[in-house]
Write a protein that binds this ligand. Structure first.
Ligand SMILES: Cc1cc2nc3c(=O)[nH]c(=O)nc-3n(C[C@H](O)[C@H](O)[C@H](O)COP(=O)(O)O)c2cc1C
Length: 455
C-alpha cells in the first residue's frame, strides 16, 4: 500500500479565523455546549479523520469582550467525546508546568480506557505569561526551566503508564485473585521536581500508553519532540520552512534512536474552500472584514510575551526592529520566529500582518478550490514537508464539511487517504507500534511493595 496521509481536525472556537464566531455560516451553539464539540467530532469521524485535537490555555484572554475562545477544560471534553464517537482519535492539551505527573497520567489513562484506546496528550509547557499568575503567582517559569521540568515530567508519566503489565489483571472470581503482584510495580521516583512512588492506581491502558503529541519548535522544543512525540504539530507560512522543520525533526528522531517513520509531522493548514478561486477569496475577504485590529494587537502582544505594540501605526511597512529579539521572549519562541520571517520576507504593514495572523495565527492559510487544496496537500506530502496535516477550518462546521465532502474524496481517489477505518485505536490509525515496556525486560524486576490504602 502507498504511504498514507494522516489528517487531524483542530477544533477551535467556531473556526480558526479570529472573526469566525461572527460569521453567519459558523455554528450558533454556545461554546460551552458539549453538543457543539460532539457534533463536530462526529462529522470528522464520518469523514474518516485520524483524530480531533483540542488546545488549551490556563488563563482568560485579554480580548474576551471582542472574541470568544474554546472554553471547556479539554480532558473533560474528551470524556464526553469518547462516548459520542467510536473510532476517531481524541487529543487534548495539558501542561507539564502546571500539573502533577500523577494527576496527568491518571487522567489520560482514564480517557484511554473510556475511549477504548483513542486517547492522546498534546504535551505543552505553557508559554502564556498570564498562566503563571493562576498558579502561585511567582512569575513565568522561563523557557529553559519549563523544558527541564517537562523532561522529568515525561520520565515519570511514562513510568507510571508502564507500572502495570498488560496481563496484570486476571479478575478471577473463583480463586479470589484480582491482579498479579509481580506484574504491578512501584516507580520510586525522586528527582529535582517530582517525588512519585507509584504504581498508578489503574490498570494499563488499551494503547499501552496514550499517544504523545507535541508542538514545540524552538531548538529545545524540537529535541523534546524528537525524544517523546508520536506526532508533532507545527506552524509554517511557507513550504520551505515546513521542509526544513521536517528534515530536521526526522534527523533528530533518528539521532535519538527512534524510527523517524514513527514520528508523524503534521503542519497546520487552514483552507478557505470555494467552488471557484474567486468565491473562496470573496469568502476570505468577507470574514477578514469582520476582524477587529484591537483584538489583533492584543494577540500579537501575547505572542511576544506582553510586548507593547500600541504605538505602531497600522499602515506603515514593518521592519524586524519593531519586534523584540525572539531569544528574549519567554513565550512561544518559534511562533515569534514565524512572524519575524514573514516581516523580513514581505515587509507587510501592521494591518496586513494582523490580517495574516487573523486567519490561523501563523499557520498556512489558503483560499482555493477543492482541487487546489488537494494539490497542496499532495505536494507537501510527497515533497518532504508533511506526513499529514492538522486541518484548521476557518469556519466551523461549514468549512470542515466542505473539506470532508470535496477534498477528502480527491485524496482518496489519489490513493492517499483511507476509505474506511481499518483499526480501532489512534495508535493503529497513526501506524504506530505498541510501546516498549519494562515488563518485557527481565533485568528490570521490582516487586510491588506491600502498601495500605483505604478510602
Ligand atoms: C498546532 C499547535 C497547537 C498548540 N497548542 C497549544 C496549546 O493548546 N497550549 C499551549 O500552551 N501551547 C500550544 N502550542 C504551543 C506549543 O506547545 C509550544 O509551546 C510553542 O510552539 C512554543 O514552543 P517553543 O518555545 O519550543 O517554540 C501549540 C502549537 C501548535 C503548533
Amino acid at each position: 500500500m502507498k504511504r498514507q496521509l494522516h489528517l487531524n481536525l483542530f477544533i477551535h472556537g467556531r473556526g480558526h479565523h479570529e472573526a469566525s464566531w461572527r460569521h453567519p455560516t459558523s455554528s450558533t451553539l454556545p461554546l460551552t455546549d458539549i453538543r457543539y464539540y460532539q457534533d463536530v467530532a462526529q462529522r470528522a469521524e464520518t469523514a474518516l479523520f485520524d483524530s480531533i485535537f483540542l488546545a488549551d490555555q490556563l488563563a482568560l484572554g485579554g480580548d474576551v469582550t471582542q472574541a470568544p475562545r474554546t472554553w471547556l477544560e479539554p480532558i473533560t471534553v474528551l470524556a464526553a467525546l469518547a462516548v459520542a464517537t467510536s473510532r476517531i482519535g481524541l487529543i487534548a492539551t495539558a501542561s507539564t508546568t502546571y500539573t502533577e505527573p500523577f494527576n496527568l497520567a491518571r487522567q489520560f489513562a482514564s480517557i484511554d480506557h473510556i475511549s477504548n484506546g483513542r486517547a492522546a496528550w498534546n504535551i505543552v509547557t505553557s508559554w502564556l505569561a498570564t498562566a503563571a499568575e493562576n498558579y502561585g503567582g511567582a512569575g513565568q517559569v522561563n523557557h529553559a526551566d519549563r523544558y527541564a521540568r517537562g523532561e522529568e515530567f515525561m520520565a515519570v508519566v511514562k513510568e507510571l503508564w508502564d507500572s502495570w503489565a498488560a496481563d496484570a489483571v486476571i479478575d478471577d472470581r473463583a480463586s479470589g485473585s484480582y491482579a498479579r503482584r509481580e506484574r504491578i510495580r512501584p516507580i520510586n521516583h525522586r528527582g529535582d521536581f517530582y517525588g512519585v512512588a507509584g504504581p498508578l492506581n489503574m490498570p494499563r491502558c488499551p494503547q499501552g500508553r496514550p499517544v504523545l503529541v507535541q508542538a514545540g519548535s524552538s531548538d529545545t522544543g524540537r529535541r523534546f519532540a524528537a525524544r517523546y512525540a508520536d506526532a508533532v504539530f507545527t506552524a509554517h507560512m511557507a513550504k520551505a520552512t515546513a521542509k526544513e522543520f521536517y528534515t530536521d525533526l526526522k534527523a533528530l528522531a533518528t539521532a535519538e534512536g527512534r524510527n523517524p517513520a514513527h514520528v508523524l509531522i503534521l503542519p497546520g493548514l487552514s483552507p478557505m474552500i470555494g467552488s471557484t478561486e474567486a468565491e473562496a477569496q470573496r469568502l476570505a475577504r468577507e470574514v477578514n472584514d469582520l476582524t477587529d485590529p484591537v483584538v489583533g494587537r492584543k494577540r500579537l502582544s501575547g505572542r511576544f510575551g506582553g510586548h507593547d505594540f500600541s504605538h505602531l501605526p497600522l499602515d506603515r511597512s514593518l521592519v524586524p526592529e519593531d519586534f523584540p529579539d525572539p531569544s528574549s521572549v519567554q513565550a512561544a519562541r518559534s511562533r515569534t520566529e514565524v512572524i519575524l520571517n514573514l516581516v523580513r520576507r514581505d515587509r507587510p504593514t501592521l494591518r496586513q500582518l494582523l490580517g495574516y495572523l487573523a486567519g490561523a495565527r501563523g499557520h498556512y492559510v489558503m483560499s482555493g478550490t477543492p482541487e487546489q487544496v488537494a494539490d497542496l496537500v499532495e505536494d507537501w506530502f510527497f515533497d518532504g514537508a508533511a506526513d499529514g496535516f492538522n486541518i484548521m477550518p476557518p469556519l466551523l462546521p461549514a468549512q470542515l464539511d466542505l473539506f470532508s465532502a470535496e477534498v477528502i474524496p480527491l485524496l482518496q481517489r489519489r490513493g492517499l487517504f483511507r476509505t474506511e477505518y481499518t483499526g480501532t485505536t489512534l495508535r493503529e490509525h497513526y501506524g504506530l507500534p505498541w510501546p516498549a515496556s519494562a515488563f518485557d525486560d527481565p533485568t528490570k524486576s521490582v516487586e510491588l511493595q506491600d502498601f495500605v490504602a483505604g478510602v
